[in-house]
Design a protein around this ligand. Structure first.
Ligand code: PLP
Length: 374
């Protein structure tokens, strides 16, 4: 069976983990955490980066730091992972789901403005498959209406929008280092803080509401509980694992892109024949080959496609059941306007095996099996 995902592993993870253990500092904010944060800041030109225990926790931080509170509304797509929606719900906000574009599966930027009310506080832009949302339009709307923009860039590390790295465009950006993402520390993430004034509040929130970071820098002579917070620091052992991957980030990225291109070149002829649809990468965007998906004609053809692949030794995975149709989505939010594409497109999509180090032979087998299905 060709696995759908194999977590990224470079071979140097254990020696860095041993270094962390030998240094007798394995809690948060150790040497490897600092290295990873500095690398992300420099590589993507980010103002401030803090590693977190997940993208879920980075999203929670971004929502609280954006001032989201009970009674506010937050605009987001329904075609996303539950974490995008859990974060604003935690602070009492109502969710307003906006339809997606059928080409990129990202929020339809032309439908955001009509969904704004006097209660709207923020827009969460999810960069699906590491392909950017239309950020110029989203930032312009946010500016005119005084809204915060949180980028759910859980899938978007190494991707760009018009020369700018995803995660650095809105007020906050959130990366994921879960084992299913391009770079991994098992479970983990990062928050990118793009406004100077949010840096200190972010440090405080991440350190259980204390000003411990300021204390360690010698800026205050004792630390105390100054605001709401939680424990959002990952262990330095996990950061050491991640460092082994960031160190060769380009090699990993190129390997994934090469797999992506093999799928794309081999399957385009099928698209021309009208048999399926393939990902669309708008002009001016750089993507990170987070996933390769295909779209079948409808739900029943997708079900048959996934079974056929499975019978022939290829794992394929679909996602997401639109949040507005899920029990929690109904409880915490509403869909704005008409669901033209969210449900329809989500039922057509499935993902092909994609991971660092997948062999040419396996990629060829996947392609052959897809072609045989048709
Ligand atoms: C993976 C993912 C998350 C959650 O990331 P964790 O690090 O597992 O918390 C959130 N949003 C999107 C779009 C994701 O793909």
């Amino acid at each position: 069976m060709i696995d759908f995902n194999v977590p990224t592993f470079t071979g140097r993870e254990f020696s860095y983990m041993k270094e962390a253990v030998d240094s007798k500092k394995i809690c948060g904010d150790g040497q490897f955490t600092k290295k990873c944060e500095k690398w992300i800041e420099e590589r993507f030109n980010a103002k401030k980066v803090l590693l977190t225990t997940s993208a879920t926790s980075a999203l929670e931080m971004a929502c609280y730091l954006s001032g989201i509170k009970a009674g506010d509304e937050v605009i987001l797509p329904s075609f996303t992972f539950s974490s995008t929606a859990n974060a604003p719900v935690l602070f009492g906000a109502r969710l307003v789901f906006v339809d997606i574009r059928p080409d990129t599966m990202n929020i339809d930027e032309t439908k955001i403005e009509e969904a704004i009310t006097e209660k709207t506080k923020a827009i969460i832009a999810v960069h699906y498959a590491g392909v950017s949302c239309e950020m110029d339009t989203i930032m312009d709307i946010a500016k005119r209406h005084g809204l915060k923009v949180i980028e759910d860039a859980a899938q978007g590390i190494m991707s760009e929008y018009k020369g700018r790295s995803l995660g650095t465009i809105g007020d906050f950006g959130c990366f994921s280092f879960h084992e299913t993402k391009n770079y991994s520390m098992g479970e983990g993430g990062a928050i990118l803080i793009n406004n100077e004034s949010d840096i200190l509040p972010a440090e405080i929130m991440r350190e259980k509401g204390t000003n411990r970071a300021q204390y360690f820098r010698g800026q205050v002579d004792k630390y105390s509980w100054v605001d709401y917070g939680s424990s959002y620091l990952p262990s330095d052992i996990n950061a050491a694992y991640l460092w082994a991957q960031l160190e060769i980030a380009d090699e990993i990225n190129e390997d994934r892109l090469s797999t992506w291109k093999k799928y794309d070149e081999a399957l385009r002829p099928l698209e021309k024949e009208g048999k399926l649809q393939l990902p669309v990468i708008p002009k001016d965007l750089v993507h990170n080959a987070h996933m390769y998906y295909v779209k079948l004609s409808d739900l029943s053809e997708r079900t048959a496609f996934i079974s056929y692949l499975k019978e022939n030794g290829v794992q394929s995975a679909f996602h997401y059941v639109p949040l507005h149709s899920a029990p929690a989505g109904k409880k915490f939010g509403r869909f704005f306007g008409e669901d033209i594409f969210t449900t329809k497109e989500s039922e057509r999509l499935t993902r092909l095996p994609m991971y660092y180090g997948i062999s040419d032979e396996d990629v060829s087998k996947v392609i052959k099996t897809v072609k045989e299905f048709f």
